[in-house]
Ligand binder design. Structure first.
Ligand code: ADP
Ligand code: MG
Length: 698
């Protein structure tokens, strides 16, 4: 019998597959190119393409595609078949090195934020040698970057790869300076925990809001929510277990180590976590994972909701981004070792991270934001919109003692109370990997967990930001250490730098309850920015400091940053527009007719009862009648506000109007419809309810 793991990696053209199938010199030439980040010569590319084609056809592939990640945040592909007529008209399967390396999709419909006029709409895709090709269904997928005719990035992968180079250079530089000269390369490692909801497909199909916007635009809470916490880590329901088994098998075939799966806090909510891998691979694999979750759900008569907040009143979904930096000899630079206080390298890297986060909080906030995540961040259940770092008491106390050694222990303004000011809010941790789930950035033993990222988002940009801000921070430290002759002097200086960083950036450290109002007040006192919404954070891409960060590291050009800002703003407006129009349509077609039908029924019943009409009926009649008027009014209000904003041309201004004016009006309409839901019955109202959708898979 076949073992469950036998097919692991069978659909990946892995390095091992290459080594086996390619002539030795070709394989070595490919390997050299990857290590030196060079370009493949034509002969090598042709040989790889040939081997790849034979492998793919053996596995049943008929087509190939350059698989890329346009700025929409999803993935794109255009399929071409291998099959062509040869010179005598006979069919032949062809795949050349040129086809492998470079593609030219008609890119005019992908967002470019003005980077490309339509008359030069060409975009090019180039094979990303660091991420292996794989087969999905009958298609050989080649991971590629996507750039414009002039070489500007039109995707999220190209900047990510550049940021990986930046963090590599910066980490190697500092590690070498601190004495470990053997380290030649460093790469960021990323593990992405993916949360999602599952509901029965039949309900999904009947709700146009779920289909078009990914979330329920209204729906009153079920009598039961998540108060019993009985779903969290509970036994996995049978239908879901069968689904997960299929998902795992699909992921394993693609070489993705799907490791843990469990029920999440909200009913109908689950999580999947793979084993961490190199950032670029982890990001690609997460895109694939989201796709596989969606498609496998369909096969099981389920719908997988990746939206950040599909249901009101219960938890939303995130994507926890676990981040560390690892050397070529396998040392994790965030690993404290046995005696972290003495491990100057660990301390320096931790302090560099603290400085990076405190220097660029709004950029980080933006990197984790999308239209859907606005409903989750800061909603007392997910990380707050204020960025802070939780280190755990152990690391906290080490930093504190270093800070105190400054000779400032007697200075009352620098007492421990100042280091960690709100003692009465303090969380009591147990070890150096203890948990504080309310923190947006938490140190968890040997990695930082960035918890703000939205569940539906690509993890490319958050990691591009983490790599870049960290690279800058490390480079600044290295500049201060360079030129010092003796290693002990270098270490002493590094410790001094750490002390200074703690002094300058301790405001970002917080171990209390991040969901509390006290923290919001305290954060304000500390001068930490609290950016309420996604749209308000887009401006940061034009901030001179951010432009300097990215351009000096060669990650983004200024033009690319402005274009990205525009694309994000336009996407926000478009998504909000779809939500508004969907809500208006549902109100018109599903809600108001149901209200009228119920009112008619009540009126007829009241007439029939005549003089003995019960008060209950009269009241219901009255409530319905008033509600209809209120819904109608709220509907018109939303519609006219939306139409007025539609004429605003500046995307930022339009986005801001959407956020400040449309959101409250959508909320107002929602409350009324939710109220109606509580007094209506399936005889009149036909949309699936929260109790149907959330509790049917138990
Ligand atoms: P929890 O839900 O408690 O945060 P999980 O085990 O569900 O923990 O997920 C932790 C994630 O972090 C996994 O994807 C794991 O592979 C990843 N991870 C573990 N160590 C590292 C590391 N050094 N660098 C990056 N990611 C890591
Ligand atoms: Mg986690």
């Amino acid at each position: 019998m076949k073992t469950p793991y036998e097919d692991f990696g069978s659909m990946v053209f892995s390095e091992r597959e290459m080594e086996e199938r390619l002539p030795r010199p070709v394989y070595q030439s490919w390997k050299r190119t990857v290590v030196n980040e060079g370009t493949l010569d034509r002969v090598t590319a042709d040989a790889i393409a040939h081997a790849m084609k034979l492998w793919a056809i053996e596995k049943g592939a008929t087509h190939f595609t350059h698989w890329f990640q346009p700025l929409t945040g999803s993935t794109a592909e255009k399929h071409d078949t291998f099959l062509e007529p040869d010179s005598s008209g006979q069919p032949i399967a062809r795949f050349s090195g040129k086809m492998l390396i470079k593609g030219e999709p008609d890119a005019s419909s992908f967002p470019s934020g003005g980077l490309r006029a339509t008359f030069e709409a060409r975009g090019y895709t180039y094979w990303d040698l660091t991420s292996p090709a794989f087969i999905r269904d009958n298609v050989l997928c080649i991971p590629t970057i996507f750039v414009s005719y002039n070489g500007e990035a039109l995707d999220r992968k190209d900047p990510l790869l550049k940021s990986i180079k930046a963090i590599n250079d910066a980490s190697v530089r500092l590690v070498n300076l601190l004495g470990d000269k053997d380290v030649k390369t460093c790469h960021p490692s990323v593990g992405l925990e993916q949360e999602y909801f599952l509901i029965d497909r039949a309900y999904f199909d009947r709700r146009i809001d779920l289909r078009l916007t990914g979330r329920t635009l209204f729906g009153s809470s079920a009598p039961k929510r998540q108060e019993l916490d009985d779903h969290y880590f509970g036994s996995i329901p049978g239908r879901v277990a069968a689904f997960m088994k299929d998902v795992n098998e699909e992921l394993w075939k693609l070489g993705i180590y799907a490791k843990t799966e469990h029920n999440e806090v909200a009913p109908g909510q689950f999580e999947l976590a793979p084993v961490f891998s190199e950032a670029n691979i982890a990001v690609d694999q997460n895109q694939l994972t989201m796709d596989i979750l969606r498609k496998t759900a369909e096969k099981h008569g389920l719908a997988c909701l990746l939206h950040e907040k599909p249901f009101d009143g219960i938890n939303g979904s995130g994507k926890h981004n676990n981040y560390s930096i690892v050397t070529n000899d396998g040392q994790n630079l965030f690993s404290p070792g046995d005696k972290p206080a003495e491990n100057i390298r660990f301390l320096t890297f931790i302090c560099a991270f603290i400085k990076a986060v405190d220097t660029y909080p709004t950029l980080l906030r933006l990197s984790a934001s999308c239209t859907g995540n606005d409903h989750r961040l800061g909603a007392n259940e997910a990380p707050p919109a204020i960025i802070s770092i939780y280190l755990g008491s152990y690391i906290d106390s080490i930093l504190y003692s270093i800070y105190q050694d400054n000779g400032s222990a007697s200075d009352p303004s620098r007492s421990k109370g100042d280091f960690n000011p709100i003692t009465n809010l303090s969380y009591v941790p147990h070890d150096n990997s203890d948990r504080n789930r309310t923190s947006p950035v938490a140190f968890t033993g040997n990695k930082f967990e960035f918890r703000m990222v939205g569940s539906s988002m690509s993890a490319a940009f958050p990691n591009t930001v983490l790599n870049s801000i960290m690279a800058e921070s490390l480079n600044e430290i290295s500049s201060q250490l360079e030129g010092i002759k003796y290693i002990q002097d270098i270490r002493d200086k590094a410790l001094q730098i750490c002390r200074q960083i703690i002094h300058d950036h301790k405001r970002i450290l917080f171990s209390g309850d991040g969901y509390s109002d006290e923290w919001a007040k305290e954060a304000k006192r500390r001068g930490l920015p609290s950016v309420r919404s996604f749209i308000e954070s887009t401006r940061i891409l034009d901030d001179p400091k951010v432009v300097e960060l990215f351009t000096s590291l060669g990650v983004y050009s200024q033009v690319e940053l402005s274009a990205n800002r525009r694309i994000l703003e336009e996407l926000y407006i478009k998504k909000m527009g779809i939500e508004v129009r969907t809500m208006l349509q549902m109100t018109r077609k599903d809600v108001l007719p149901a209200m009228v039908a119920q009112l008619k029924f009540c009126s007829e019943a009241a007439n029939a009862a005549g003089k003995v009409c019960p008060a209950y009926l009269k009241n219901l009649q009255k409530s319905l009648s008033t509600l209809i008027d209120s819904v109608d009014e709220a509907y018109k209000d939303l519609e006219t506000t939306y139409e007025a904003i539609d004429t605003v041309t500046n995307p930022y201004a339009a986005g801001l109007e959407m956020y400040t004016k449309i959101n409250p009006k959508m909320d107002a309409l929602r409350r009324l419809i939710d109220k109606f839901e509580t007094i209506t019955t399936p005889d009149f109202y036909h949309l699936p309810l929260y109790e149907d959708m959330l509790f049917s898979l138990q």
